[in-house]
Design a binder for this molecule. Structure first.
Ligand SMILES: [Zn+2]
Ligand SMILES: [Zn+2]
Length: 118
C-alpha cells in the first residue's frame, strides 16, 4: 500500500516538476501578457496565465522557448477547441497534444461506414 502510494506520488511529482520547469522558463523568457487578447498579468493573477505549445506537443520544450506561447486560460481554451475542429476531420496529428485522442478514431470509422452505404 505504502509502496504503491509512493510510486503514484513520485510519478505525479515528476510530471508536476516537468510542467513547472517549462512554465517557469517560459515566464522568464516572455512578458506576462496573453499572446491573443493582450491581457496583462502580475504575481496575483499569474495562475490564469498558461503556457501553450505552438505545435501542441507538450514534450517539445526547446530551451529558447520557440515552441511556447503565453495565453490566458480563456484564449488557451479557444486555441485548443479551434485546433481540434481543424484536425478532428482528418484524424489525430502525430505527436500532437493528446486532449481527447479517443474521440477521433470512432468518427473516422463512422465516416467510412457512411460512405460505404451510399
Ligand atoms: Zn487571452
Ligand atoms: Zn496548449
Amino acid at each position: 500500500m505504502d509502496k504503491l502510494d509512493r510510486i503514484v506520488a513520485e510519478a505525479r511529482m515528476a510530471r508536476e516538476k516537468r510542467e513547472t520547469t517549462y512554465r517557469d522558463r517560459a515566464l522568464q523568457i516572455y512578458p506576462w501578457i496573453c499572446g491573443r487578447c493582450a491581457r496583462e498579468f502580475d504575481r496575483t493573477s499569474l495562475q490564469m496565465l498558461t503556457v501553450h505549445h505552438r505545435d501542441h506537443n507538450h514534450d517539445n520544450n526547446p530551451p529558447d522557448g520557440s515552441n511556447w506561447e503565453l495565453l490566458c486560460l480563456y484564449c488557451h481554451d479557444n486555441e485548443h477547441s479551434r485546433y481540434s475542429e481543424q484536425t478532428g476531420r482528418d484524424g489525430p496529428t502525430p505527436g500532437g497534444e493528446k486532449i481527447t485522442p479517443d474521440t477521433f478514431k470512432p468518427f473516422a470509422g463512422l465516416d467510412a461506414l457512411l460512405k460505404n452505404r451510399k
